[in-house]
Design a binder for this molecule. Sequence first.
Ligand code: FEO
Length: 171
Amino acid sequence: MLSKEIEKALNSQITIEAESSQVYLAMASWAETLGFEGVAAFMYAHSDEERMHMLKLVKFINERGGHAKIATLKAPPISFGSFKEMFQTLFDHEVMVSASINELVHISLQERDYATHNFLQWYVAEQIEEEALARNILDKINLIGDDKGGLYLFDNDVKLLTVTASVDPNA
Ligand code: FEO
């Protein structure tokens, strides 16, 4: 059984994951309108991943006798400046998510809820990967700057990252 405090904290994380999914969906749509298919595919896939992160929390809360609540979401921005700015926003967003997961881990230990603590380890590992991936992309885009040809190659590169990173839902 979940304590009220843990249930509330996990529910807040549902909203954070859902808002992440929305922000990345907005980034995908923006990139698509600019003709950057690779970046768009990467962001669509990332948006789906965030929805999966959210659903995992919903199931966990309900399985443990709590009630997962689906909240109103903030509307994400419509455009993101440049790709450099967009990936910086993505990186900063993931750092914020990691901090939130760390806080949840802290609360689970305070409450001696070892089942939730164990469940959260998946998110801890996922955040290490997500931050590393975002940092990797930022490094690439910082090398390119605003060079048009470079951005074209970057778009192809990111498309490959999407193929490697995407998970087959039927596997
Ligand atoms: Fe679900 Fe990208 O954190």
